[in-house]
Design a protein around this ligand. Structure first.
Ligand code: SF4
Ligand code: SF4
Length: 395
C-alpha cells in the first residue's frame, strides 16, 4: 500500500487556509453569490469541497486516517467532476492556488487510491470495456466510423479528424457536422478508422492511469506511423487529453499540432474560407471544463458565434472560467449518476433565466449528451447542440 504519489503534497496541503473561496464563482465579476463546486453543493459537507479533499490527503499522509479502504474515502475522492472550478477561484486568491492545480492533485489522489484499493466497481467496468473494445460504449471499435454511412474519406493526409468515442458512438451528429464543415472549407484530412482508440481520458480521470497507458501508447504509435502532423478534434476531452496529458504521461513532446474544431473553424471564418449565412436563433454557450478551464479556450467559441449573422446570444450567468460544469465528467456520470443528473439540472435552471432562449450550444459531445438528457428530463424545449451543428446550419 503506497501513497508515494501524494508525498509531494505533504507541505502543499497546508497552504489551503479553508477560506472556501473555491465554493463560489467570482463574486466581484458576477456581483452575486453563486456556487461553482457541484460536489460540495450536492454532498453538502466540507469534505466534498476542494478544501476537504486537501484535508483528506493530509489525513492519509499523516496517518490520522487509517490507510484502509472505506466507502467514505472513495466517495469523497471520486464524487467530483474534476471540473477545475475550484482551481480557477483558488488560483486567483491564495497561496495554494499559485502553487498547485487542484485537478492534478485530485487525479493523483485517485491514482494513489486505485493503486492501493482498486477502482470503484463502475470505473472498473469502464476500464474492462475500454480495454476490450477500445471504447467505453460496449460496441465494437469496427463500428466507430459507421456514422460516415459509406462516405469515403481518403487516406494519406497529414491532418486527421479524431472524432473521439462520444461523437462516434453517442452524439454522431457532431462528427457528421464536423466532417461536412471540413469538406465545405476544402480541408484535406484523413481518419484513423478502427485504429482510433479511446484517448484514455475517462481512465485518467478515474485514477486508472495504468489501464490508460496502452491506449495512449497505441494512439501515439499510430499517429507517428502515419506521419500525422495535425489532429483536429471536436471533443473537448480528447483535446485536453492528447494535448496536455499525452506529453506528460508519455514523457515526450508529441510534435503533432492539436486543434479543437472551434479554433479551426474560427480561423476559417476569419480568413473568409468559411462563409456563414444568417440564423434567427437565441442561444447561450455552455463552456466545457476541458477546454474553457483546463485549456483556456474561451474566446474562439464566442468569436464564432459573433460571426453568425442575426444570431442572438446571451451568456449564462456563470460563464467562461466561472462556468458551472455539465456534471458528466471525472467518471461521475458512470459512478454517481444521480449527482451527474442533478448537476446538469442546475445548469438548465440557470438557462431558464435567459429570456426567449432557444438553444444551448457547446463544444463537447459529453456536455451535449448530459445537458440534452437534463433538458428532456425537465421537459424544456431548448435545443442542445454542438457549435459544429450550428455552423452546419449556417452554410
Ligand atoms: S480557495 Fe483554495 S485555499 Fe481556499 S479553501 Fe479552497 S482550496 Fe483551500
Ligand atoms: S473539481 Fe469541481 S467538483 Fe471537484 S472540488 Fe473542484 S469545483 Fe468541486
Amino acid at each position: 500500500m503506497s501513497l508515494d504519489l501524494l508525498e509531494k503534497y505533504s507541505k502543499i496541503v497546508y497552504y489551503c487556509s479553508h477560506c472556501r473561496l473555491c465554493s463560489i464563482a467570482n463574486y466581484h465579476l458576477l456581483k452575486d453569490w453563486v456556487p461553482i463546486c457541484p460536489s460540495g453543493e450536492y454532498f453538502k459537507f466540507e469534505s466534498y469541497f476542494s478544501s476537504g479533499r486537501m484535508e483528506l490527503i493530509r489525513g492519509l499522509l499523516e496517518g490520522e486516517l487509517k490507510r484502509t479502504k472505506t466507502e467514505t474515502i472513495m466517495k469523497i475522492a471520486f464524487g467530483c467532476q474534476v471540473c477545475g472550478g475550484c482551481y480557477t477561484q483558488c488560483s486567483d486568491h491564495t497561496a495554494l492556488g499559485e502553487t498547485q492545480q487542484q485537478v492534478e492533485t485530485f487525479e493523483d489522489l485517485r491514482t494513489a487510491l486505485v493503486d492501493m484499493y482498486g477502482a470503484l466497481p463502475k470505473h472498473q467496468e469502464l476500464a474492462d470495456d475500454t480495454t476490450k473494445d477500445h471504447n467505453p460504449y460496449k460496441d465494437s471499435n469496427n463500428n466507430r466510423f459507421n456514422w460516415l454511412e459509406g462516405k469515403n474519406i481518403p487516406a494519406g493526409s497529414k491532418t486527421i479528424y479524431f472524432a473521439g468515442c462520444t461523437a462516434s458512438f453517442r452524439e454522431q451528429e457532431i462528427a457528421k457536422a464536423t466532417v461536412n464543415l471540413l469538406e465545405a472549407v476544402g480541408q484535406d484530412f484523413s481518419i484513423l478508422g478502427p485504429d482510433e482508440w479511446c484517448c484514455g481520458s475517462p481512465l485518467l480521470r478515474t485514477g486508472q492511469r495504468k489501464v490508460a497507458m496502452p491506449l495512449i501508447e497505441h494512439n501515439y504509435n499510430i499517429l507517428k506511423e502515419r506521419g500525422i502532423e495535425r489532429i483536429i478534434t471536436s471533443c473537448a476531452g480528447c483535446y485536453q487529453t492528447i494535448k496536455n496529458d499525452y506529453p506528460k504521461f508519455l514523457g515526450k513532446k508529441l510534435d503533432i499540432k492539436i486543434v479543437h474544431s472551434v479554433q479551426f473553424f474560427q480561423n476559417k471564418i476569419k480568413s473568409g474560407e468559411l462563409k456563414l449565412k444568417g440564423k434567427d436563433l437565441k442561444i447561450t454557450y455552455h463552456d466545457p471544463c476541458h477546454i474553457a478551464r483546463h485549456a483556456n479556450i474561451r474566446k474562439a467559441p464566442r468569436k464564432v458565434i459573433e460571426a453568425i449573422p442575426n444570431i442572438k446570444f446571451e451568456e449564462f450567468q456563470r460563464n467562461k472560467k466561472n462556468a458551472w460544469c455539465c456534471g458528466a465528467g471525472g467518471g461521475v456520470k458512470k459512478a454517481f449518476g444521480d449527482f451527474a443528473n442533478w448537476t446538469a439540472n442546475q445548469r438548465i435552471l440557470e438557462a431558464d433565466k435567459i429570456k426567449d432562449l432557444q438553444a444551448i450550444v457547446s463544444t463537447c459531445p459529453f456536455c451535449k449528451n448530459n445537458l440534452k438528457q437534463a433538458v428532456e428530463r425537465m421537459g424544456r424545449k431548448y435545443r442542445v447542440m454542438d457549435l459544429t451543428e450550428l455552423l452546419q446550419e449556417c452554410i
